[in-house]
Write a new protein. Structure first.
Length: 1065
């Protein structure tokens, strides 16, 4: 439904003051929906020509607010307040003015508006708007709990209303309440109310504020660490901004996306978004979100390029902090502490913490305060205190429900645990951080965690140095690509000491030179004091790589040759191939830590089939010309070959004893380190043992085939027991038996009442029905019937007992025939053969066939018992049908005399009767019709009383309600009533019983028609739940309503609405 109004601003037509104000009020309501694109210059010019009344300034204020000219909007609202005549005018202006003051951060003036509004008695449409702004004011003035309580107490009292403007205001209340919860760091509650606002505004297509809801939801997701959800909503917000032209919200969207990229560790991308946000906000009135943009720029710049890239930004924007003066706690403030930690200036950290601790705690920055105090204690080697303080920080980050903060504090706890020698605890924490990083794609912190974890592994003598070095080099490309100079310095610092430990002098010296270069580059442009502190902290003045000792490396204990050889000999005792593979894999990884390896058997090379064992290498690489050439060469020469292939160090190890070639083992690193002398000696010994093991494994191939057959049998049994129809089971038994034995024909043969053989099922190996049954031996069938035992003939031509009974001279084939016994009685005969098969013979394993026949017998017994139960159930169902027939007969018997009587009354009504007799006949006719309706209703009532379950189906509620509305129009047409239909858009299909639903709606509509005057209005509507009292167990519902302007139901009788046979008066 829409309403079109025509406004004449020209002033040529005389319009009554009351009508002008009424029309302007309507325009004001519609202006709530306006966007920048909706306000034309022509409309603004016409409004400016209006008489100088309050409504003119109020509308102009709303328009200026939409186009984000907040000063002009405020001035117009203030002018409108001066010119307000009535109380309702003043209330409307005060509400707009309060929001205008909020947008300009004039909280004291906002309070004046709120205080005056407190004095008025407001309608419920205006009251919800007032509660929203009062809640907002309380939150901004530091009274968060009071504001939250006000909104929470009010929400249950909100009246259900289907007016779209009211929905807008309800959404604003939820959004405001969410902002307060967000400020209080109660993120789950904030998310809930932001979602409520989103659903309400989406329902009425309120684009003007929908982008705000999307940004807010994304912001909560971002704080929680759910970057995927955050990006989803930020992109939605940007799309809306492009449509409605809202620059303020676009700034927020750019800022939010930058924050998301910061958490992902994409600092360069984040900086680009922040640059765009800064440029845009500087063009806008009040420069929205400027402080947040500056704070986040500081975070981005602190991680990339070099130290001065960040510090020069801080000096430009917050020079006081460099002088040791902190006036407010912001994210930028915190980045400066991290900067001091990075350069190693713990003296300044301690000084600033002592000076500003109270301010940090007053700002609810408990998490950061304890975190910094913990790092300070860690620097002083007070590990117990450090752990206690960081665990406190961890508690607050958990309380704030921020996975991002949890991740950072977890890494701090890892450092404490390592310093205290609690390596297992550190490992456990690493696993938790890995899950968080993987869940939210925290790539920077994932890289930081990898480095921390590798430092722990250096302290574990069981972990290969080669493996640690490889993983360290794998992190390096990401670090370089993203200009993460801090992590790059840390990696090279570790590499120097790892190569020194391995006594690879050339690599150690190269890494040391690179390390010193990176440290020096990080200080370019830095002031002399900070530069010196940093260079000292990073040991830049050392002359030789052997003097750098910033990490600990536990001496590696070489695994004794006898021990790992014993482990290989133990493999020979196993019978399970998969277990053997697992132990071979484990032994190779333990001894050599290759990046990729494979064991390729000789027969695998011929067929290019999947290798016996392979890790991190695909078959296309293994069977490439380059690799096959080296494999053949090592087998021909019977010697180990080393090659450098695509920056990897690869070795080919022949698995060969004398002239017996078993296969080849291929080992490769990821380019981190050539095979060392000790490793090469291990490979030479390993070669002999692996060759012996591979020969042994081949002996288990036959055993494994038997195991596969057993597994197949188990699967067949499970399938049999799921079939409860005897006919279907017979079909399945023959199909399965053919697959199991690889036969070409399969039959289920039964005997009829005349003792003749009947082919119940006849299938070929493709499961197609057979039309001819040539060369079926009845002699074998008779023998099986007599013995009640299976008979297997491997070759009908060579068989001396049964071969002569078949008049056959073609290729050899085999026969298998067995009785299917159920409780000792023959149900039928399973007859299989390989007639006309290329293979000639079937695969018959007597033991397995015996087990298969037992399972077939049990399956048939189950199916027969089930069919017996189904027959009894059918008998019970028949009795129920008899009862239903009785009801139908009774209905017919009641209706028959009434139909006859109705016929007589119609005949009488056509006769020449006096007026009194005609009235009597009419009354009789009406009474009979009423009696028929009552019988039908009683039968319906009885039917639903006996019904225990309705079959629901997915129904298009919009189409169904349209049909019901059309029916209502027909019924009410003689009363000249208007039937309105209100259906919310994009409703999903709902599951209901259409006939029952129509019956319920019919009775309610009849009731509405009955108690509503002629020319009345009845509204049928469907919408999603909006108000708390409409939810069920806190979950959203679908609200179906019928409204009329009839006499209504007295409140005292509402409880009796659902009583049987009770009529309300």
């Amino acid at each position: 439904m829409s309403e079109v109004i025509e406004l004449d601003f020209a002033g040529k037509t005389e319009v009554a003051d009351v009508d002008l104000r009424k029309d302007l009020k309507l325009l004001l309501e519609k202006s709530e929906w306006a966007t920048v694109n909706d306000i034309s210059d022509t409309l603004q010019k016409h409004i400016k020509k209006m008489p100088n009344i309050a409504e003119k300034h109020l509308i102009m204020g709303v328009f200026y607010q939409v186009v984000e000219k907040y000063n002009l909007a405020r001035k117009r609202f203030e002018k409108a307040l001066e010119m307000s005549v009535t109380g309702i005018q003043r209330i409307s202006v005060l509400l707009k003015l309060a929001y205008s003051y909020y947008l300009q951060n004039k909280i004291d003036k906002m309070r004046i508006c709120i205080d005056e509004l407190e004095e008025y008695e407001l309608s419920y449409e205006l009251e919800i708007e007032f509660i929203t702004y009062k809640t907002l004011y309380l939150g901004l003035s530091g009274r968060l709990d009071e504001g939250i309580q006000l909104a929470e107490d009010y929400l249950p009292q909100v009246k259900a209303d289907n007016d779209a403007n009211y929905f807008i205001k309800l959404g604003s209340l939820h959004n405001t309440l969410a902002l307060l919860y967000h400020k209080k760091k109660m993120l789950d509650e904030a998310d809930k109310h932001f979602e409520n606002a989103r659903m309400i505004w989406e329902r009425v297509h309120y684009s003007r504020k929908l982008a705000i809801a999307y940004n807010n939801i994304g912001d909560v997701a971002l704080i929680k660490g759910d970057t995927n959800r955050a990006f989803e909503y930020f992109r939605k917000a940007m799309k809306i901004c492009a449509q409605v032209g809202c620059k303020r919200i676009k700034v927020q969207g750019l800022l939010n996306q930058a924050q998301a990229y910061l958490k992902l560790g994409n600092f360069n991308i984040a900086e680009a978004y922040l640059d765009d946000a800064l440029k845009l906000t500087l063009t806008l009135e009040n420069k929205p979100f400027l402080n947040s943009i500056i704070n986040n720029m500081a975070i981005a710049k602190s991680k990339i390029n070099n130290l001065n890239y960040y510090l020069s930004f801080v000096e430009k924007n917050v020079p006081d902090i460099i002088d040791g003066n902190i006036y407010q706690i912001t994210p930028l403030t915190k980045t400066y502490f991290y900067y001091l930690q990075e350069i190693g200036d713990y003296h300044t950290i301690e000084k600033l913490l002592n000076k500003s601790e109270a301010m940090f705690l007053e700002s609810r920055e408990h998490e950061f305060t304890y975190q910094m105090q913990g790092f300070l204690a860690l620097h002083k080697n007070d590990f117990a205190l450090a752990t206690e303080l960081i665990e406190k920080a961890f508690y607050y980050s958990k309380k704030n429900q921020s996975d991002y903060a949890l991740t950072i504090n977890y890494i701090g706890l890892i450092e404490c645990s390592v310093a205290m020698g609690e390596y297992e605890k550190a490992y456990d924490i690493c696993k938790k951080v890995e899950k968080l990083c993987a869940k939210h794609n925290f790539r920077f912190w994932e890289a930081k965690l990898d480095i921390s974890k590798l430092k722990i592994q250096l302290l574990d003598e069981k972990i290969s140095i080669r493996l640690i070095l490889r993983k360290l080099l794998e992190v390096l490309p990401y670090v370089k690509d993203n200009h993460l100079y801090r992590l790059e310095i840390e990696i090279y610092e570790m590499m120097v000491q790892i190569y020194d430990y391995l006594k690879i002098r050339r690599k150690a010296e190269q890494s040391f030179v690179k390390y010193k270069e990176l440290v020096l580059e990080a200080t370019v442009g830095l002031n002399a004091k900070d530069k010196e502190i940093y260079l000292q902290n990073k040991k830049h003045y050392l002359k030789d790589h052997t003097e750098l000792h910033s990490i600990k490396i536990a001496p590696r204990k070489h695994l004794k040759e006898e021990r790992w050889q014993d482990e290989l000999f133990d493999i020979l005792k196993l019978r399970e191939e998969s277990r053997m593979k697992f132990l071979i894999n484990r032994t190779i990884n333990k001894l050599l830590s290759p990046d990729s390896f494979a064991i390729v058997l000789k027969e695998d090379m011929v067929s290019n089939s999947t290798p016996f064992l392979h890790t991190n290498i695909d078959t296309s690489t293994l069977y490439s010309k380059r690799y096959l050439k080296q494999i053949k060469l090592c087998l021909e020469r019977s010697t180990i070959i080393r090659r450098s292939i695509e920056s990897k160090h690869v070795i080919f190890v022949p698995l060969k004893i004398k002239s017996t070639e078993v296969g080849c083992m291929i080992l490769a690193d990821n380019g981190e380190l050539p095979l060392q002398t000790e490793e090469f000696n291990i490979v030479k010994i390993l070669r002999l043992h692996l060759t012996t093991i591979m020969i042994r494994i081949k002996e288990f191939a036959t055993l494994n085939k038997d195991m596969e057959l057993m597994e197949k049998l188990v699967e067949i049994t499970r399938n049999f027991f799921s079939i409860l129809s005897v006919d279907k089971l017979e079909q399945e038994v023959i199909a399965v038996a053919l697959d199991f034995t690889e036969g070409s024909r399969g039959f289920l043969i039964k005997k009829d009442k005349f003792e003749n053989y009947v082919y119940k099922i006849a299938l070929d190996d493709s499961k197609h029905l057979l039309k001819s049954y040539a060369f079926i031996s009845k002699t074998i069938l008779s023998e099986v019937q007599q013995l009640k035992q299976p008979i297997h003939i491997k070759d009908v031509i060579e068989d001396k007992i049964f071969g002569s009974y078949l008049e056959y001279s073609g290729d050899a084939f085999s026969i298998y025939c067995a009785p299917i016994l159920v409780d000792g009685n023959i149900h039928g005969y399973l007859y299989l053969d390989s007639y006309n098969s290329d293979a000639g013979k079937m695969l018959i394993n007597r033991e397995f066939m015996k087990l298969l026949l037992i399972q077939i017998s049990v399956a048939f017994k189950n199916a027969m018992q089930y069919e017996s139960l189904m027959f009894k159930n059918l008998e019970i169902s028949s009795l129920d049908n008899l009862k239903n027939d009785f009801i139908n007969i009774a209905s017919h018997e009641l209706n028959t005399p009434l139909t006859t009587l109705l016929g007589y009354t119609r005949k009488l009504s056509r006769s020449k009767l006096d007026k009194a007799d005609k009235e009597t006949v009419l009354l009789m006719k009406q009474s009979v019709s009423r009696m028929q309706r009552l019988i039908k209703e009683l039968l319906d009532f009885n039917k639903y009383q006996m019904t225990t379950k309705l079959n629901l189906e997915a129904v298009n509620i919009k189409a169904l309600m349209k049909d019901i509305a059309e029916e209502a129009e027909q019924i009410s047409s003689f009363r000249h009533m208007q039937i309105k239909l209100e259906i919310e858009e994009n409703l999903n299909n709902i599951h209901l019983h259409p006939q029952s639903f129509r019956l319920i709606m019919h009775h309610i509509i009849i009731n509405s028609i009955r108690f509503t005057k002629d020319f009345g209005t009845i509204t049928l509507g469907v919408r999603r739940s909006t108000f708390q009292q409409e939810e069920i167990d806190g979950k959203p519902t679908l609200v179906i309503y019928i409204q009329d302007n009839g006499i209504g139901i007295p409140e005292s009788q509402l409880t009796k609405v659902f009583q049987k046979f009770y009529e309300l008066t």
